[in-house]
Write a protein that binds this ligand. Structure first.
Ligand SMILES: NC(=O)c1ccc[n+]([C@@H]2O[C@H](COP(=O)([O-])OP(=O)(O)OC[C@H]3O[C@@H](n4cnc5c(N)ncnc54)[C@H](OP(=O)(O)O)[C@@H]3O)[C@@H](O)[C@H]2O)c1
Length: 257
């Protein structure tokens, strides 16, 4: 995109209807971006978010199961439509959508791994390929939301850890291959507490996690959103992974990411 274009930049946030994705959408809109909000099952939260935000800032809601190739194709075609609301422009892709499947390794099957990889690795890589021409045209960038569990194993989440490790590698590989498109990642620690039965607010699991975090608290989705905003506007930063974990990995002696 040429330097004379003063229209607000355009971002897509996958899984933008709830939790971390919603915080990223809010932060981008607050910073003057126009945003496509992708969702899958969270239809009502996404609609309610869109109603709440400045209508000029919301280009539209776009639904789809990103683990399914045909749905990804439909989502991409909708966004890249020359006569659509953004004229096919895209300046920022935030690959936020992901599953978080728990299961003891020996009890899981190949199809469980394949399902997790489809959502957490194949889908974001596929979107990077599909949107690369538009991002090249706009001198845009990509932010992949990975997970510190991609560097330091989280027991009973093997499939998730492997997928996120793959996405972090794809971030670095594509920073080289897709330049001048910038490709970065944010690796959250615990920033939005899971809502399943194993993870109650008062659970021993939560207390044990807080104890491991030097900053003494669980993070927030806004902590991740701030990192995304930074990377979206950091012109000499690519191939980087910004850890947003309150120091948890540093305290473990970790050197990766
Ligand atoms: N929460 C944390 O503490 C934490 C820690 C480390 C990393 N992260 C990463 O941060 C990101 C957001 O985390 P979160 O806790 O907000 O996640 P979440 O509450 O589990 O929400 C997952 C999001 O991904 C979307 N999604 C899941 N499967 C999908 C599919 N097949 N097709 C399309 N969309 C799909 C969901 O859309 P719908 O709801 O519309 O179905 C939802 O918006 C993820 O990449 C996660 O791995 C989070």
């Amino acid at each position: 995109m040429d330097g004379e274009d003063s229209t607000p930049r355009v971002a897509l946030v996958t899984g933008g209807g709830i939790r971390v994705g919603q915080a990223i959408v809010r932060a981008l809109v607050g910073a003057g971006w126009r945003v496509w909000i992708h969702h899958h099952r969270s239809i009502e939260p996404a609609q309610s978010l869109a109603r709440e935000l400045d209508p000029d800032a919301v280009l539209g809601l776009v639904a789809g199961d990103l683990s399914v190739a045909a749905e990804r194709t439909r989502v991409c075609a909708h966004l890249l439509d020359d006569v659509g609301p953004a004229g096919g422009r895209l300046d920022l892709l935030v690959n936020n959508a992901a599953s978080f499947e728990r299961g003891e390794f020996l009890a899981r099957q190949d199809r469980d791994l394949e399902r997790v990889l489809a959502t957490n690795l194949v889908a974001p890589v596929s979107l990077m390929r599909s949107f690369a021409p538009a991002l090249l045209h706009s001198a845009g960038s990509i932010v992949n939301i990975v997970d510190v569990a991609g560097f330091h194993p989280l027991r009973d989440y093997l499939d998730h850890c492997v997928a996120k490790a793959g996405l972090e590698m794809a971030t670095r590989a594509l920073a080289v291959e897709l330049a001048p498109i910038r490709v970065n990642a944010v690796a959250p620690g615990t920033v939005a507490w899971p809502t399943d039965a194993h993870h109650g607010e008062d659970s021993p699991a939560r207390a044990a996690v807080v104890k491991q975090i030097p900053l003494g608290r669980i993070g927030t989705p806004q902590d991740v959103a701030r990192a995304v905003l930074y990377l979206a506007d950091a012109p000499f930063v690519t191939g980087s992974c910004l850890r947003v974990d309150g120091g948890r990995i540093a305290a473990m002696g970790g050197s990766r990411a």
